[in-house]
Design a protein around this ligand. Structure first.
Ligand SMILES: Cc1cc2nc3c(=O)[nH]c(=O)nc-3n(C[C@H](O)[C@H](O)[C@H](O)COP(=O)(O)O)c2cc1C
Length: 389
């Protein structure tokens, strides 16, 4: 999980940083806050702690804060240090290399990129001292966002207004995650096996681990998509930020997929059972010393139901687990979806971290040699981005 260190200083605009925290948390960014004593005159540590779900730091010489976290760790563990709002005072301290409180000491310690969002009266901003400090910091690689022109808290008009939290958040997200071409796209991923009950203690299933589907969900999230992961029983840890919906049977998985429509793309990696016992017993079936048979009926075809749905995903991708005539068999699935990813599960693929697949589309047929399931996921997401853009 990406994390930032947010330093909130003593500006009237400090309250806007509470909204900034909310924007960043929504994007799944961990936020740790240093609130200067000046900042704490405007907002409370409790507000910051509640929104970040983290302790808030403010005192360089605090025994508890220093032993629990320490200013060096605070600086090191962040991917990015953001000062928002930044007073003229903190800008001057960073430019001079001062270290007389927790905020300035941490800023002098950090080797991470620093982003500063200034907020001050127009005369403070225009002052030569501030301007030369800003120039010096820019030369040293510190990035500035704002300040903007507008009506200031003091009632004057001019440059000095802090940039809106949504814009600061977008700037930070861009720096943390780089390119997020799937931002705004909704994706549905099914993963893992299903279990079809015979009685309350027995079921029919398959050895699917869910690894491939979980890796695809993660790769989509990294490119900015909003992902719903509908999963049968697995031992995998779901990727941070996915909306997780855990199901057991094919019927439950089908209902769960229908409930998240409309989506822009659906990737059905789950190894859904094709059949289920027609009448699962509500009580445990007793052992008898005679042959027993089970009547099986087909389960719902989730891919076909998505394909025929009036809210059909723009891009529908099915996985085909085959043991013979991989490509020929998989091609028959193209009537139900746009692309098929076929693999030969007789090659010990099921619980492995690796996969060897064919990407089959109406136009092309690509063989992807053995690689990790995470690599397959990243490669597939690259293809998806090209298709959707
Ligand atoms: C009501 C009030 C509002 C202030 N707003 C700002 C401001 O927007 N920008 C600024 O640079 N200083 C502002 N200051 C002055 C800073 O709070 C002061 O320079 C303080 O020492 C900053 O400490 P810090 O940078 O450690 O938080 C304000 C002071 C007061 C009393």
């Amino acid at each position: 999980m990406k994390q930032i260190l947010l330093i909130i200083t003593g500006s009237i605009a400090a309250y806007k940083s509470l909204e900034l925290i909310r924007f960043l948390r929504k994007e799944n960014v961990r936020v740790r806050v240093i609130l200067t004593p000046g900042g704490a005159e405007f907002i409370t540590p409790l507000s910051c702690a509640t929104l970040t779900e983290e302790p808030v730091y403010s005192d360089l010489f605090s025994l508890t804060e220093e032993t629990e976290m320490g200013h060096i760790r605070l600086a090191r563990e962040a991917d990015l240090v953001v000062v928002a709002p930044a007073t003229a005072d903190i800008i001057a301290k960073v430019a001079e290399g001062r270290a007389d409180d927790l905020a300035s000491t941490t800023l002098l310690t950090t080797t991470r990129p620093i982003v500063i969002a200034p907020a001050m009266n127009v005369e403070m901003w225009n002052n030569q001292a501030t301007q030369s400090n800003v120039k010096l910091l820019k030369q040293r690689g510190v990035e500035f966002i704002g300040p903007e022109e507008g009506e200031l808290a003091c009632g004057e008009w001019g440059r000095g207004k802090v940039t809106e939290p949504s814009a600061i958040s977008a700037f930070i997200i861009d720096k943390l995650f780089g390119d997020r071409p799937l931002k705004g796209f909704k994706a549905l991923v099914t993963a893992g096996p299903t279990q079809e009950l015979i009685d309350p203690v027995r079921f029919i299933s398959n050895p699917s681990s869910g690894k491939q589907g979980y890796a695809i969900a993660e790769a989509l999230l990294q490119k900015g998509a909003e992902v719903t992961l509908i999963s049968g029983p697995t031992n995998e840890t779901p990727p941070e930020g996915a909306h997780l919906n855990l199901v057991q049977t094919a019927e439950e998985m089908w209902k769960a997929t229908e409930s998240v429509l409309p989506v822009d793309l659906a990737i059905c990696t789950a190894a859904v059972s094709d059949y289920r016992p027609d009448h699962p017993s509500s009580q445990k079936i007793k052992k008898k010393n005679e042959a027993s048979s089970l009547t099986m009926i087909p389960t719902v075809d989730i891919l076909a139901s998505l394909s025929n749905h009036k809210k059909r995903p723009r891009l529908l991708i099915g996985f085909a687990a085959e043991t013979e005539n991989i490509v020929e068999n998989a091609k028959t699935k193209l009537i139900k979806c746009d692309w098929v990813i076929a693999n030969d599960v007789s090659k010990g693929i099921f619980r492995s971290n690796e996969n060897e697949v064919y990407l089959i589309t109406p136009k092309a047929n690509e063989h992807w040699p053995r690689m990790t399931k995470k690599e397959v996921a990243i490669k597939l997401v690259e293809h998806i981005i090209k298709e959707l853009k």
